[in-house]
Design a protein. Structure first.
Length: 323
């Protein structure tokens, strides 16, 4: 049967999450024979292959499996998926999501055959009780204008903009880059309130927010490509508080080495004050468990150093002044 919708899912070494996502797609209130699901493994991964292939032979939905020869990021994986697809409408989601049963039906009902058009829908992040900082950050997906965990594009729309920019080698800012290029080409983007995807929060290790700062590399890339849109839609101004914390810490260290202990004490005091205020803001609406409070104190001291390092690295890598 001719396919109406192709669903592309990039995945890598998360077989349990992928299996839940496929279960949700198999529960769609839509003609399953008119759907194809393309799982693209971001690099060789026998577990992703096992899940996808087992679904292909035992599931109700048509599952195809593609493996990239090496890990290059979800942007490259999505490109491989939509270019291999058969349907005129390509829906994107992630392996850690669970699309609502009426997700595909809502998208299909909205499409009237327009050659170049894009749809997005709500991303629901279920959180119980007072969240951790990581959970609260993940919940910001609910406020995002455009995320590839829940979007659908016609083939012509993707061909017009050239698909995803594969320079974004991690799951960060590649969706905003696609959105900005769609707007640049005057391709309409419509929000479908009933096309819902649920995005449960994955477990994260202690201190994960320090590791997350590496994503600043791709902030620099997006800023280079779309400086005005970046400041308008992503970050209105540089994180000056980070630079102030770094400055006071460096001044404290310099004055300590030179023997000016009074000025060193004042500088370190200013650094501690700013760090405390930063940790306090992060704890204002998050968990106050002992472990989480300690994590916020430690990571609040480390984040400015990590963020500035990766921002400067991104500036050097992409030859752009990004602060």
């Amino acid at each position: 049967m001719e396919k109406k919708v192709s669903v592309v899912i990039p995945s890598y070494q998360r077989p349990e999450l992928l299996s839940r996502c496929l279960q949700a797609l198999e529960a769609q209130e839509f003609d399953l024979s008119a759907i194809e699901v393309i799982v693209v493994s971001d690099g060789p991964d026998k577990y992703t292959r096992q899940v996808a292939c087992s679904w292909k032979y035992a599931g109700l939905v048509d599952v195809r499996y593609i493996a990239l020869p090496q890990k290059k990021g979800p942007a490259t994986a999505r490109n491989a998926g939509w270019k291999a697809s058969e349907a005129p409408l390509i829906a994107f989601t992630d392996d850690d999501t669970q699309p609502d049963p009426f997700w595909i039906q809502s998208i299909w009902n909205a499409w009237k055959g327009e050659p170049a058009i894009v749809y997005t829908g709500p991303v629901v992040v279920p959180i119980k009780g007072r969240p951790t900082d990581y959970e609260l950050n993940t919940a910001q997906l609910e406020k995002a204008d455009f995320v590839t965990a829940n979007c659908a594009c016609t083939r012509e729309a993707l061909e017009t903009v050239g698909g995803f920019d594969e320079s974004f080698e991690a799951a960060w800012r590649e969706d905003s880059d696609l959105e900005f290029r769609l707007l640049q080409h005057h391709i309409p983007i419509y929000h479908l309130q009933k096309a819902i995807v649920v995005h449960p929060v994955r477990k994260a290790g202690w201190g994960v927010s320090i590791k997350e700062q590496k994503k600043n590399i791709f902030n620099a890339l997006l800023y280079k490509k779309f400086p005005l849109e970046y400041r308008k839609r992503i970050q209105k101004r540089p994180a000056w508080n980070y630079y102030m914390m770094l400055l006071f810490f460096i001044l404290g260290a310099v004055f300590l080495i030179t023997g000016d202990y009074t000025t060193a004490t004042v500088s370190f005091g200013a650094w501690l004050l700013l760090t405390g205020l930063f940790a306090g803001r992060r704890l204002r609406h998050t968990s106050h468990s002992t472990s989480h409070v300690l994590e916020m104190i430690v990571t609040s001291a480390a984040i400015p150093f990590a963020a500035i390092y990766w921002s400067l690295y991104g500036s050097w890598r992409y030859k752009v002044l990004y602060l």
